[in-house]
Design a protein around this ligand. Structure first.
Ligand SMILES: Cc1cc2nc3c(=O)[nH]c(=O)nc-3n(C[C@H](O)[C@H](O)[C@H](O)COP(=O)(O)O)c2cc1C
Length: 174
């Protein structure tokens, strides 16, 4: 599969089988995250790899909507950045997140981005505070996302090039 085929095939997967992810694949995923570029090469990110079932179930409750899928994942990667070190922490963590998703796809795994930054756990508590407390993340660090990963069981169509939003491509001027 070349890169174009990979990005054509990648879709968000939210249902996962019971098959465990092989340790070699987890190592490749971790390496992919660590090879993602950061502004001024600050490398301020941290990644928490969660496989413990009860922690996955707790992470699945981090938001009111859109996080339940973590409960069925075999791995959740919590993507953390440090705004005290870099003003591009969001961009850096977003790049690391998509690296994880593309590496997962290349390994025959499925993944879904679960947004954490600026999301709420409930009326009084942010998703970030909830996860910070659960995983003992230092106060100065921020959490951008959780990438849920596993062997997918849901069927998803690849992108169809005939349906791409070609009108969003502008030549020479807007
Ligand atoms: C920044 C960002 C935040 C997202 N947050 C969530 C989320 O919290 N929960 C979820 O189920 N999907 C989330 N997604 C997945 C999107 O819903 C999905 O990528 C989009 O619908 C396009 O579908 P595709 O990934 O299959 O191409 C997020 C994706 C991105 C890029």
């Amino acid at each position: 599969m070349n890169f174009h085929e990979l990005i054509t095939k990648r879709r968000s997967r939210r249902k996962f089988s019971n098959q465990e992810i092989e340790p070699e694949k987890i190592e490749l995923l971790a390496n992919a995250a660590l090879m993602s570029p950061t502004g001024k090469q600050k490398n301020h990110w941290d990644f928490i790899l969660v496989q413990n079932k009860s922690t996955l179930l707790q992470l699945a409750e981090c938001k009111t909507h859109g996080s339940k899928l973590i409960a069925g994942a075999k791995l959740a990667v919590v993507v953390i950045g440090d705004p005290t070190i870099s003003d591009t922490w969001i961009e850096d963590c977003a790049i690391a997140s998509i690296y994880l998703q593309l590496q997962a796809e290349d390994l025959g795994l499925g993944s879904c981005w679960v947004q954490v930054h600026k999301r709420e756990h409930n009326a009084t508590y942010s998703s970030e505070s909830y996860i910070r407390e659960l995983l003992q993340i230092p106060e100065e660090k921020n959490i951008l996302s959780i990438i849920a990963i596993g062997y997918p069981v849901d069927e998803k169509n690849p992108f169809d090039k005939h349906n791409l939003l070609l009108e969003r491509i502008h030549i020479e001027r807007f």
